[in-house]
Design a protein around this ligand. Structure first.
Ligand SMILES: C[S@@+](CC[C@H](N)C(=O)[O-])C[C@H]1O[C@@H](n2cnc3c(N)ncnc32)[C@H](O)[C@@H]1O
Length: 391
C-alpha cells in the first residue's frame, strides 16, 4: 500500500469519514478491502472539499507523495475533462469523469441501504471504485454498472480486476438501465439528473430504492432517495447537498451572451425597473435550488466587475427572454432590466417570495414524486406541490 506524506492517509481517512457519520461500521471491512488507490489513475486534478473547483494536475509518476495524499483525502478527483477531448497538464473546461468525494460515496451508499443479496445497478462507473465497493458488499454477480464513455469503462474494468472484483461493467447509456438484469433492488446514479429516467423506475422492484443526485437547470443539487411503489410511482425526499457531473444526455445547452443581446447595447430595448431583492441573497445553493424548481428552462450567469459590483443575468434557454439585475454591496435597491415574453426577474422574485412565505424551508423538507405524468417536487408532503409555472 502506498505511504502518505500528509493529509488523512490510508489509515486516517476511515476514522475521518466515520467521524462525519458517512462511513458506518458495516461498511468498514469493504472500505479496507477495496482501497481507493487501486481505482485512481496516475494523472488527477484534485478538487476541494466544499466546492466545485479543481486544482492543478497531480501526476503520480512525478510526485507520488502528493498523489497519495490526494487519494487519501476527502476530496473528489477529476480524472477526465471535456469527454476525453482535453489533453495536456492544464485544467480543461468541464470535468466529465472523476473519483467522487469519499464522504459523498459512503453517504450515498448509506442512503441506498444495500442489504445482502440485493441486486444493484449503478449508473456512471467512472473509476469503478463505487462499483467495487458494491461488488464487495453484495457480490460481483449482483452488481451491474453502466458507463457511457468506453475508455473510462475500460480503465474501470482493469481497476476492478486489480482489486479482484468482477461486477458486470457495461458501456452504454445509463438512462436505459439494463433491462436484461432487471429487476433491481437498488439503483444508484453517480451522475446527476434533472429528470429521473423512466427505465430506472420500471427496472426497480416494488419497495426498491433509487438514489440519485437531482438538480434544476437554474442551480442547486441534492441527493434524492426514491422508493418505488407497486403502482410504478416513485416517491421520496432529498437527503443531502451534492454537486455531481450531469448525465451526458441531460446536459443543457447554455447559449452564449450574444444570443440574447443580439449585438445590441444593453439595455437593448428591455424594460427598466428596480428591485429590493438583492441578487446576493439568491446566490446560495439552497436558494438556487428553490428558485430553480419554480423557473424551468432558466439559468443565470454573473458578470463581475473589479469594484466588487456585478450583474446577475438570468436567461431562458430558448434565448427569447433575459433579465439583468445590477448588484452593488451597499445598495438597498437594484436596477433591473427585463426583455422577452418571460419576465424572468419577476419570476425570480415570485419564487423567492414563495420560499420566504414558507419560512425558508431547508432541502430536507422537499421531496420528489415521479410517475407516468412526469415529476413533481413537493414541500413536506406529496400533496403540497411547489408551484411550477408551465412555460
Ligand atoms: C462522477 S463520475 C462517477 C464516479 C464513479 N461512480 C466512481 O466510483 O469513480 C460520473 C460518470 O458518469 C458517466 N456518465 C455520464 N452520463 C452517463 C450515461 N448516460 N450513462 C452512463 N454513464 C454516464 C460519466 O462518463 C462519468 O464517468
Amino acid at each position: 500500500m502506498t505511504t502518505r506524506t500528509e493529509g488523512a492517509g490510508p489509515s486516517g481517512l476511515a476514522p475521518a469519514l466515520m467521524k462525519t457519520g458517512a462511513l458506518t461500521s458495516d461498511w468498514l471491512p469493504t472500505f479496507d478491502a477495496v482501497p481507493r488507490e487501486l481505482f485512481v489513475p496516475d494523472r488527477i486534478w484534485p478538487g476541494i472539499a466544499d466546492g466545485t473547483r479543481q486544482t492543478a494536475l497531480v501526476d503520480r509518476t512525478k510526485d507520488p507523495g502528493a498523489w497519495s495524499e490526494a487519494v487519501y483525502s476527502d476530496i473528489p478527483l477529476t480524472t477526465q475533462w471535456d469527454d476525453g477531448r482535453h489533453s495536456g497538464d492544464g485544467l480543461g473546461i468541464t470535468p466529465t469523469s472523476s473519483s467522487s468525494m469519499p464522504r459523498m460515496v459512503f453517504s450515498m451508499l448509506a442512503d441506498l441501504d444495500v442489504q445482502e443479496g440485493h441486486r444493484v445497478l449503478e449508473v456512471g462507473t467512472g473509476t469503478g471504485w463505487n462499483a467495487g465497493l458494491l461488488a464487495h458488499r453484495v457480490g460481483g454477480a449482483n452488481v451491474v454498472s453502466v458507463e457511457y464513455d468506453a475508455d473510462v469503462s475500460k480503465a474501470a474494468i482493469q481497476n476492478l480486476r486489480a482489486a479482484g472484483l468482477a461486477p458486470l461493467v457495461l458501456v452504454g447509456d445509463g438512462r436505459l438501465g439494463h433491462a436484461n438484469s432487471a429487476p433491481f433492488d437498488r439503483i444508484i446514479a453517480t451522475c446527476s439528473v434533472g429528470e429521473v429516467p423512466r427505465a430506472w423506475i420500471e427496472q426497480t422492484r416494488p419497495g426498491g430504492v433509487i438514489v440519485a443526485p437531482w438538480g434544476t437547470e437554474y442551480g442547486g443539487e441534492y441527493i434524492v432517495r426514491l422508493v418505488v411503489g407497486k403502482d410504478g410511482t416513485a416517491n421520496g425526499s432529498f437527503t443531502r447537498s451534492s454537486a455531481f457531473m450531469r448525465l451526458r444526455q441531460q446536459r443543457t445547452n447554455r447559449p452564449p451572451f450574444d444570443a440574447y443581446l443580439k449585438g445590441q447595447e444593453w439595455p437593448a430595448g428591455g424594460v427598466r425597473g428596480v428591485t429590493t431583492l438583492a441578487p446576493a441573497d439568491i446566490g446560495g445553493w439552497l436558494a438556487q435550488f428553490v428558485i430553480g424548481l419554480q423557473m424551468p428552462g432558466a439559468f443565470w450567469r454573473a458578470e463581475r466587475y473589479d469594484d466588487g459590483t456585478y450583474t446577475l443575468w438570468t436567461y431562458s434557454t430558448d434565448t427569447k427572454s433575459w433579465a439583468s439585475a445590477d448588484y452593488e454591496p451597499e445598495a438597498s435597491e437594484y436596477v433591473v432590466v427585463q426583455s422577452g415574453p418571460r419576465k424572468l426577474w419577476d419570476e425570480t422574485e415570485a419564487a423567492y417570495r414563495w420560499w420566504k412565505q414558507n419560512d425558508r424551508p431547508g432541502f430536507d423538507r422537499f421531496g420528489l414524486t415521479v410517475d407516468g405524468d412526469g415529476e413533481r417536487v413537493w414541500l413536506d408532503s406529496p400533496d403540497n406541490l411547489v408551484p411550477r409555472p408551465s412555460v
